[in-house]
Design a protein around this ligand. Structure first.
Ligand SMILES: [Zn+2]
Length: 142
């Protein structure tokens, strides 16, 4: 699990060399911030794992990581994304927030231009996706 800020002090690039498992799952739910140096290290980390033939699965990717993967193809690399957070809004009560969605549920909707829905945690009504489908889910097309 990676949590908090990913920047030049996180030293994740060195982490890859210590991994000798054939598969690895990383939970990215608690990543709050990533800067350009952090992205560079993250890309190095992914490439090193790929060279070591480690099958990487990313779970519960925070929105900041999704935004990076949408801007920089290499920020996803060959990793499998199992689930990620997406922004939702509830018209009934005004709730806005991130909800976890599973890639296998969202992936079929994207080519149709459709967005997933979630249940509002406050009023239990249906909350709608609060970004652009062709932008926020761009990384799924890679
Ligand atoms: Zn609501």
């Amino acid at each position: 699990m990676l949590a908090g800020r990913i920047d030049e002090r996180a030293q994740i690039a060195d982490l890859a060399a210590t991994i000798d498992e054939p598969t690895l799952a990383i939970d990215l739910a608690d990543v709050t911030y990533i800067n350009s140096l952090g992205v560079r290290d993250w890309v190095t980390f992914l490439r090193t794992l790929a060279r070591q033939d480690v099958a990487l699965t990313l779970e519960r990717c925070a929105e900041v990581m999704v935004l990076q993967m949408n801007m920089i193809v290499d920020a996803r690399g060959s990793a499998k994304i199992a689930s990620f957070y997406a922004p939702f809004a509830c018209d009934a009560c005004g709730w806005e927030g991130a909800a976890l969605v599973r890639t296998e549920d969202v992936q079929p909707l994207v080519p149709l231009g459709r967005a997933p829905v979630t249940t509002c945690p406050d009023c239990q009504q249906e909350a709608r996706f609060a970004d652009f489908v062709d932008r926020y889910f761009l990384f799924l097309a890679a």
